[in-house]
Design a protein around this ligand. Structure first.
Ligand code: 6LW
Length: 511
């Protein structure tokens, strides 16, 4: 069976391409490093991560304090045997692309594209080999839309006129974005997302016989949305799709969506889903028969191609990320033991470095929470200074922490709930009113301990060894409350300038 979510956990804005019998998929990654994970499949059911597009600090300058800044929606395509991944680094440089002969990497240095405003860039080659780029118009424009222009990939600039291709299906559509272009039966089909990436998200489509338009919207739009299914439906926010045709002629769409649980809460952020598409007529019909994204579909007509799951608890596995671009010596690991260093205080807002000052490096090394019910545990050696432990982290530094702190009066174990109030302000991520609530504190006697964060839905437990320090509702880790574009990460952290700690035997289980 084809099971949804295809990539569980925070894997938004999926883009897919096929080369022969091989399928490749990328997703956005925001302020986590390395950036833009790359997945491979031969049957569309089993997806193995084979690398990241952005693995070198020079490729990915980030401002870690804006957790939902950094890398937005990517597009992956292959042309003349060369892979292209084009995306936006909203924290630095705007739209850029990297190339690779092998999607597992290495990928080139970024080419920042001049004359390409907005976000969500995509590349398309016409039959004569001419390359075009599309993206959203600048956010500040009164009437948003999607532009298209010819692009010189050698020089890294849009050439000639940039044309406003489409403004979306709805009159005054909000957030027309995520453009992808396909050529079929002599028509150029322009598929976008609109309605915004939350409850009203949708996929809409237009077509033209000329690449630069004018594009005419489909009268049956939207071709996919869950906006009409209400707030109890378990799969929400469906939109931002990309299409692929199998070598056998079947069409599929990958798209983002969120699971809601314990109320209207989306702790896992936006995940990657898939649905079959009937494109035997003039316009694509997504998920024929039901018109909504289902948990399972019959397997595609492709030979099954499973792979051996790697050990994700090994600190060298590709599922691990730092928050922000790591500095030399931030972390080191042999797989089992992780040594992590922090060069600043970072969960306490008043101690965040001033925006004008250098960032410093937060000591955080984590992986995605991929299940509504999960447990993460790690063994920590008592730190010589500062604070070290296990952290479940969302946008705005909403988080749950359990760990050890070296205080003037000795070593203490603490459970902390770090919560921000008020509306998210993307321009001033440091300005959230916030409260660091100490849920529990007690002296700790020992040289090491095992820390656990476990969740049964929204009921979260914070433990040291076998002792439950605190139980608390975790719905403030949902995107509706935390804001932003990311999903929860769980991992090891150290806080306090110069603090260092050693972790071992990390285990994540989920159901
Ligand atoms: C993505 C864009 C979007 O680039 O959110 O709201 C951005 N929609 O398509 C980040 O995922």
């Amino acid at each position: 069976m084809l099971n949804n979510p295809l990539l569980p956990g925070f894997y938004p804005d999926p883009s897919i391409c096929r080369v022969g019998d091989d399928y490749y998929m990328v997703t956005s990654s925001f302020t986590y490093f390395p950036g833009v994970p790359v997945f491979h499949s031969r049957d569309l059911m089993h997806w193995e991560q084979i690398g990241h597009c952005l693995t070198r600090p020079e490729q990915l300058p980030l401002d870690w304090q804006a957790i939902s800044g950094g890398v937005y929606a990517p597009t992956i395509r292959c042309h003349d045997g060369l892979f292209y991944m084009v995306t936006t680094n909203v924290s630095h440089g705007g739209n850029f692309f990297v190339t690779a002969a092998d999607p597992a990497g290495p990928w080139s240095d970024p080419v920042y594209v001049k004359g390409a405003p907005g976000i969500d860039p995509t590349i398309f080659w016409d039959d004569d080999g001419t390359a075009y780029m599309m993206g959203t118009t600048d956010w500040k424009e009164a009437v948003p839309g999607v532009w298209i222009g010819q692009v010189d990939l050698e020089k890294g600039c849009v050439v000639g006129e940039r044309v406003l291709a489409w403004r979306g299906a709805l009159r005054k559509a909000s957030a027309p974005e995520a453009p992808h272009l396909y050529k079929k039966d002599g028509w150029y089909y322009l598929m976008i997302a609109e309605g915004g990436t939350e409850d009203f998200h949708a996929v809409t489509i237009a077509r033209s016989q000329h690449i630069l338009g004018p594009y005419e919207g489909y009268r049956g739009n939207p071709i996919l949305t869950h906006r009409h299914l209400g707030f109890d439906y378990p799969i929400a926010n469906v939109g931002h799709g990309d299409l692929v045709q199998t070598q056998n002629g079947e069409w599929y769409m990958v798209m983002l969506a969120s699971r809601i649980y314990g109320g209207y809460h989306k702790n896992l952020g936006r995940e990657t889903y898939i649905a079959p598409v009937d494109w035997s007529g003039e316009w694509p019909v997504v998920s024929p028969g039901t018109g909504k994204v289902e948990w399972t579909y019959p397997a595609p007509k492709l030979p099954e191609h499973p792979y051996a799951e790697p050990d994700h608890d090994d600190f060298r596995d590709m599922c691990w990320n730092t928050l922000g671009t790591p500095e030399d010596g931030t972390f080191s690991t042999d797989g089992k033991v992780l040594t992590l260093r922090s060069t600043c205080d970072w969960l306490e807002p008043e101690k965040l470095p001033h925006p004008a000052a250098p960032n410093g490096c937060p000591g955080f090394y984590g992986r995605r929470q991929q299940h509504m019910t999960f447990s993460a545990a790690v063994t920590l050696a008592a730190p010589d200074r500062g604070m070290a432990g296990l952290l479940l982290l969302q946008h705005g530094f909403n988080g749950l922490f359990v760990g050890l702190t070296r205080t003037e009066n000795g070593l203490v174990m603490r459970a902390i709930r770090n919560e921000k109030y008020g509306k998210p302000d993307y321009d001033n991520p440091r300005d959230y009113p916030r409260e660091m609530k100490l849920l529990y504190e007690a002296p700790f006697d020992g040289s090491e301990c095992t820390l656990t964060i476990a969740a049964k839905g929204q009921q979260h437990s914070l433990m040291v060894n076998d002792r439950v320090l605190a139980e608390t509702d975790g719905s403030f880790l949902g995107s509706e409350t935390a804001g932003g574009f990311v999903g929860a990460y769980v991992g090891c952290c150290v806080m306090g300038a110069g603090a260092e700690a050693a972790f071992r035997d990390f285990r994540y289980t989920g159901e």
